[in-house]
Design a protein around this ligand. Structure first.
Ligand SMILES: Nc1ncnc2c1ncn2[C@@H]1O[C@H](COP(=O)(O)OP(=O)(O)OP(=O)(O)O)[C@@H](O)[C@H]1O
Length: 325
């Protein structure tokens, strides 16, 4: 817990030269998951940690949470070095893990009370009912946890991570398998506590969600940070734009255009990507007409986070992700 008279650190999390190699065994060789990662999460940030499967996100989060031992480098959480002050460092974190861990023997209220006891939160400082209400679980406070839906269990895990009032909340894929309405509620709550000063570090596979929510985004690929900057800046990295062409004949196959990348869309339209410094919409349209396509409609699109993500992680959006199962 934070002492109110201690100066607040500028950075909620500081990771320097972080290395992790998992030991091998008879069946598999050692695996280096993190190759000297530097990462700074400023206090108060809504920080997104993105990367393809196997990039090293969980390894990084598990090192922060104290459940995986690093092989090298330093980590400070809320100004506390995890080697020198492991308990204090961990007390500054609330972690919502990827997997749903349900306490089948407790009701949600009991689960929060037990967790608060585990962190040594005095009875008069506990806020189980407040957390249950904030996460829309008041009417389930005394239900069996096994009777809760997946989305409710996940929100209960967020509540559990917050019982000791940590200044940093880590959410590892918190919306996987959660329906749209519950996702919206969860994000509304996360935004609220972020506005109240809680630093948020989240990993998600939903790039749209990250683009909308996070003020800063780091992209990890194969154990290295390949980008870390304000979201708006990251989105300007690509100097490409798309012209989406709807042809008069939607059953015609998308043309091949020399010098441009063309991708078909399910509705019969196709997107032509061009470099803003090298071509123009005019040139794209001229090439489309030259290929014999009669145009019904056109629209232009800026690149989104997914385009930036793909260009940084694999360079070519068509290339399969070799780390995906
Ligand atoms: N306990 C382990 N033993 C050996 N290798 C591991 C272990 N845990 C992870 N790895 C390997 O380390 C690399 C990074 O894995 P990690 O789970 O950190 O990635 P991730 O970015 O969290 O992926 P995902 O999005 O799938 O959760 C992967 O190649 C993975 O196979």
């Amino acid at each position: 817990m934070t002492r109110s008279d201690a100066p607040l650190p500028d950075n909620a999390i500081e990771v320097r030269g972080l290395e992790k190699t998992y030991a091998g065994n008879r069946k598999s060789p050692p695996k280096t998951a993190l190759h000297g990662v530097d990462l700074v999460v400023p206090r108060g940030a809504m920080f997104g940690l993105l990367g393809p499967n196997g990039a090293g996100k969980s390894t990084l989060i598990n090192i922060l949470a104290g459940v995986v031992k690093k092989s090298g480098g330093t980590v400070a959480i809320w100004g506390r070095d995890i080697d020198e002050r492991p308990r204090d460092a961990r007390a500054a974190l609330g972690v919502v893990p990827q997997e749903i861990v349900a306490d089948v023997f407790f009701t949600p209220r009991e689960a929060l009370e037990v967790q608060a006891g585990f962190y040594g939160v005095p009875a008069n400082e506990r806020r189980s009912d407040e957390l249950l209400a904030a996460l829309g679980l008041s009417d389930k406070a005394n239900a069996y946890v096994r009777a809760l839906s997946g989305g409710m269990k996940r929100r209960l895990m967020v509540a559990k991570a917050l019982v000791h009032n940590p200044p940093i909340l880590i959410l590892d894929e918190p919306t996987a398998g959660v329906d749209v309405e519950l996702r919206r509620q969860l994000w509304e709550y996360v935004r609220r506590i972020n506005a109240e000063g809680v630093t948020i570090l989240l990993t998600t596979h939903y790039l749209e969600e990250a683009q909308e929510l996070c003020d800063t985004i780091a992209i990890v690929n194969r154990g290295r940070v390949v980008a870390c900057e304000p979201t708006a800046q990251l989105l300007t990295r690509l100097d490409t734009r798309n012209v989406v062409v709807t042809p008069v004949d939607p059953s015609a196959t998308a043309p091949t255009l020399k010098g441009f990348e063309v991708k078909g869309r399910p509705n019969g339209a196709f997107a032509v990507t061009y470099r803003t410094g090298e071509s123009s919409v005019e040139q794209v349209l001229a090439a489309v007409r030259k290929a014999g396509v009669a145009i019904r409609d056109i629209a232009t699109e800026d690149p989104d986070l997914e385009d930036v993500f793909l260009s940084l992680t694999y360079g070519d959006a068509d290339q399969p992700d070799p780390t995906r199962d």
